[in-house]
Design a protein around this ligand. Structure first.
Ligand code: XBP
Ligand code: MG
Length: 248
């Protein structure tokens, strides 16, 4: 039986990388007097690195004006990341990022049917709070039984830790829940935790479907949740039912 839907945030609930994070990183560079800017192709490459602070560090070799001492690099990455998350929250506050098609319907259908909701993301908690607080108000947290964020894990996606922690907090095994993901690192993380995946590629991961073939756990792919045939909870439950019997 499908007991829970475990949702990724960035790229899955909303196109936050395109409409929020990239813009906010660029605003942070400007705020700190740096001429660095990430255009969409470069940001797409950098999304291979999970975690905004880690992404900033990974890019520093390309910038001659970046500090060379590791401690100074780390300090700059932390400062940029803090400012970036403030800029992201402001973009969200201005109503800049709505849900991807069909997301609200599936959340509502799950709640109405008693299927528990959880979040497993490697973004910062403040970003989840800004996005979902903007959509649902301050009580958004009551809609989700479990929320695991970047600060809660030692290893970010594609490591399975975030999904393993979500399952453990839900007191469920991987045969009782479904992950909803958009990206290659996310698919790998959910799969490594033994979870079947509902995959909705986001703008930065248009080819992630190629990884679905040969995936060790079942993957159901859809362009987005409203694409014909729209993904409804009853269909997901019917798809999931025989999978639950397979030990993983
Ligand atoms: C999300 C991330 C995050 C966001 C930015 O990946 O990797 O780093 O890009 O957020 P996923 P932070 O959707 O697979 O969880 O700057 O807070 O890290
Ligand atoms: Mg994602």
């Amino acid at each position: 039986m499908l007991d829970a839907l475990i949702w990724d945030v960035d790229g899955t609930l909303a196109e936050t990388e395109r409409d929020g994070h990239r813009l906010a990183f660029n605003q942070a560079f400007t705020h700190l007097g740096l001429s660095w800017q990430w255009d969409p192709p470069r940001y797409g490459e950098l999304l291979r690195v999970a975690g905004g602070r880690e992404r900033l560090l990974a890019d520093m070799d390309r910038h001659p004006d970046a500090p060379t001492a590791p401690a100074e690099r780390e300090a700059l990455a932390r400062q940029l990341h803090r400012v970036k998350n403030e800029c992201y929250a402001e973009i969200v506050r201005q109503g800049g990022i709505g849900p991807r098609p069909g997301v609200w319907r599936l959340l509502d259908e799950a709640t109405a049917a008693g299927v528990r909701l959880a979040i497993a993301t490697t973004t910062s908690r403040s970003n989840v709070d800004a996005l979902l607080g903007g959509w649902f108000g301050p009580a958004w947290r009551e809609r989700f039984d479990v929320v695991v964020c970047g600060e809660d894990v030692l290893r970010k996606k594609p490591d399975p830790e975030v999904y393993e922690r979500a399952l453990s907090a839900l007191a469920l095994g991987p045969s009782q829940a479904l992950a909803v993901e958009d990206s290659a690192p996310g698919l790998r993380a959910a799969t490594a935790a033994g979870l079947p995946v509902l995959l909705t590629p986001s703008v930065y991961f248009p080819d992630v479907g190629a990884l679905a073939a040969g995936n060790p756990t079942p993957v159901r792919m859809t362009e987005h949740l409203d694409a014909a045939p729209a993904v409804r909870l009853v269909d997901l439950q019917a798809w999931f039912a025989p999978l639950g019997d397979v030990p993983r």
